[in-house]
Design a binder for this molecule. Structure first.
Ligand code: NAD
Length: 304
């Protein structure tokens, strides 16, 4: 049966991939202020689009009417921007999320699935990251994600609105913007090598990340719209160093890779790895190997 779903931030990288999958069988309405997202990400998808800001409660309530689930992806998705302008991150990430939860409650939406982040774990050195660890956010961005998780839980307890917060690790895939200085490292590496330039690595390249393909993140959102509410890590539970990653991408593209090393970025964590056993309980299991996902991503970048 066709359902109505709303995706906030649906013109962005992850939101537009989710819109692509959901719009095949459902009525999808995207809300985005286009501050970072692009209409071309929605291309010829069969979705309705409302240009609007999360800070407009009336717009949200009207848009949510009749929706069974809101997938809340909108945020100022950048640690760096949050350090430069913490007020805006707060306005969108905390006040905006509160507006989403209030509007969902008042419009009779049964569930909100929202994008959280591995950034909430912050400075803790313990690996792998588990959802019950004490969060140690280190940036206004991470604080906003943690506050949003707490608001979501409290709305479930107080008003019966089912809520799920998905702590994404390093997401990559088609539609990720390689030209944004905030973009993920994989899209920047691919873009550089496709243009016969050398990738830039900040630090010694031995830092490790847990990369997850956007198609697996889309599946996680759909599972979260049905499974037990709560907080879940969404990752692959495998880590790879940036030096190895650059070599793997170079091998797929048959290009010699000689990364340009620049000084490490302040606040960058050394290692990141998720425990995904809790997400497995709602049926989540990453389907793509890193190689398969990189090949699909490279094919997409090659076409654009
Ligand atoms: P993105 O910037 O591509 O998408 C965010 C979208 O939100 C953009 O289209 C932007 O225009 C929109 N937006 C921003 N402020 C808005 C506002 N006030 N009102 C309406 N729309 C607004 O980022 P993304 O990578 O697709 O991230 C999606 C979500 O996942 C974000 O919440 C982000 O914090 C979270 N996340 C992403 C990653 C990742 O690796 N990409 C990792 C962890 C968490």
């Amino acid at each position: 049966m066709s359902e109505k779903y709303v995706i906030t931030g649906g013109a962005g990288f992850i939101g537009s991939n989710l819109a692509e999958t959901l719009s095949k069988d459902n009525d999808v309405l995207v809300i985005d202020d286009l501050s970072a997202g692009k209409m071309e990400n929605l291309g010829c998808l069969d979705v309705r689009f409302v240009k609007g800001d999360l800070t407009d409660p009336k717009l949200l309530k009207e848009a949510f009417s009749g929706a069974s689930c809101v997938f809340h992806q909108a945020a100022i998705a950048s640690v760096k921007k949050s350090v430069e302008d913490p007020s805006r991150t707060n306005a969108v990430g905390i006040d905006g999320t509160l507006n989403v939860l209030i509007a969902a409650r008042d419009a009779g939406v049964s569930r909100v699935v929202q994008a959280s982040s591995a950034a909430v774990y912050g400075s803790s050195l313990q690996l792998p990251k588990k959802e019950d660890m004490l969060p140690e956010p280190m940036s206004p961005y991470a604080v906003s994600k943690l506050a949003a998780e707490h608001y979501a839980r409290v709305f479930q307890e107080l008003y019966g609105l089912k809520t799920v917060s998905l702590r994404y690790f390093n997401v990559f895939g088609p539609k990720q913007d390689p030209y944004s200085e905030y973009s993920g490292v994989i899209s920047r590496f691919i873009s550089a090598l496709l243009h016969d330039e050398q990738p830039v690595i900040y630090g010694d390249g031995e830092q490790t990340r847990d990369f997850v393909y956007v198609a697996d993140v889309v599946s996680a959102n759909i599972l979260a719209s049905r499974g037990a509410p709560g907080v879940y890590n969404i990752a692959c539970a495998k880590s790879i160093s940036l030096n190895t990653l650059a070599k793997v991408i170079g091998k797929i593209l048959a290009k010699e890779v000689r990364p340009r090393y620049e000084s490490a970025r302040a606040g960058d964590i050394k290692h990141s790895l998720a425990d995904i056993s809790r997400a497995k309980r709602i049926g989540y299991s990453p389907k793509y190997s890193l190689e398969e996902a990189l090949i699909e991503t490279i094919q997409w970048f090659g076409k654009t």
